[in-house]
Design a protein around this ligand. Structure first.
Ligand code: SF4
Length: 345
């Protein structure tokens, strides 16, 4: 942890009118201590409820922050940066130095996969980010991915986050992306289709050709090409795929693999699927237990959410992928983002 050298860090805590310290401030301190980052906090000042001139209240006004806990980092050159999120502070200022041993040989994958598949998702995420840091792109679209974002932030390691903006998402999904961005204080790179390719496609085929001749061509332009472009800048990526999402196409998803469909910055691209062994029930229990934001469409019967024209709600008893491309054969219900691995021998 050397990224904090030369910095002066102030933590602002809130003292309630009752004299108690606010619960969130205690949790933030606990998290800093658990990460070994408490020693980087140079001073604590108090924002006292009903005392607008207390030191913390004045700092909050100066940095336009609503409520403690928050942190002010003095860069040592007169510049100050405020953080309203302890997770973001940990990630940006106190991130552990990434392991130098981030290269993974193809031949090492089976043994590593076997070892990692015995670990809980949070440890797989930590393992991945300790090696790849920002060179690992986390693909964000669904509820599972937000679970991974929370775990990634908890790890204290840096990472990258992107989202495919096909131009055909539900309005609820765009608001959900924004909610995740502000809830966690993270930057989300939105990947748009290539304008020229999209214009050619739409001019030739219109806006709903997928109902006539399948979704592959539209997904190719709106999802696969932008993803290929983005992954070319990474060395690893991480998805929220689970085996139980689709008996036809995801039954053999490993927690770690070399991507068979895309190349990374140095050629081979490592792919992590930390939730591969989790069920839908485990994922949703975690979401509720950790109060993780999710797309409001889930409340209206949408289990697996993609583009608006290609997603519909499912009935109780239906499998979640039955709500996607429902007019097509179940073995074709992938958009080309994930190569289908063969069964393990
Ligand atoms: S899910 Fe539907 S609208 Fe979205 S890219 Fe694929 S075919 Fe096009």
């Amino acid at each position: 942890m050397d990224s904090s050298a030369g910095l002066h860090v102030t933590m602002v805590k809130k003292r309630l009118a009752s004299g108690e310290t606010c619960r969130k401030c205690l949790q933030a301190e606990e998290m800093l201590r658990a990460r070994g980052a408490w020693s980087h906090i140079d001073q604590v000042v108090w924002a006292i409820e009903n005392e607008p001139e207390s030191a913390g209240m004045r700092l909050a006004r100066r940095h336009n922050i609503d409520a403690a806990p928050f942190f002010v980092v003095d860069e040592g050159n007169g510049a100050e940066v405020a953080y309203g999120s302890v997770l973001k502070l940990l990630q940006e200022r106190f991130a552990p130095t990434p392991s130098r041993n981030s290269h993974i040989e193809a031949g090492d994958i089976p043994a590593l996969e076997q070892e990692l598949s015995l670990r809980p998702p949070v440890e797989i995420v930590r393992w991945a980010l300790s090696r790849f840091g920002r060179d690992c792109g986390l693909a964000f679209s669904g509820a599972e991915d937000v679970v991974l974002i929370g775990m990634a932030l908890e790890s204290g390691h840096p990472f990258s986050l992107f989202c495919l903006d096909t131009g055909r998402l539900h309005p609820e999904t765009y608001r959900f992306i924004e909610r995740v961005r502000s809830h966690y204080g993270v930057e989300v790179e939105l990947l748009a289709p290539d304008t020229a390719a999209l214009q050619v496609f739409v001019r030739k085929k219109g806006l709903f050709s997928f109902y006539e001749d399948g979704h592959q061509e539209c997904c190719g332009v709106r999802k696969v090409e932008p993803l290929r472009r983005a992954l070319g800048g990474y060395r690893a990526w991480m998805t929220g795929q689970r085996r139980d999402q689709s008996p036809s196409t995801r039954a053999h998803v490993p927690v770690l693999q070399l991507d068979g469909a895309f190349a990374g910055r140095d050629g081979a691209l490592v792919k992590f699927n930390p939730l591969a062994n989790w069920s839908s029930a485990q994922t949703w229990a975690y979401i509720r237990e950790h109060d993780i934001p999710y797309n409001p469409l889930h409340e209206r019967g949408f289990m697996s959410i993609g583009c608006e024209p290609c997603t519909r709600a499912t009935h109780p008893g239906q499998h979640e992928r039955e709500g996607r491309w429902w007019w097509e054969d179940s073995t074709k219900k992938e958009c080309g983002l994930h190569s289908v691995p063969p069964p393990k021998p």
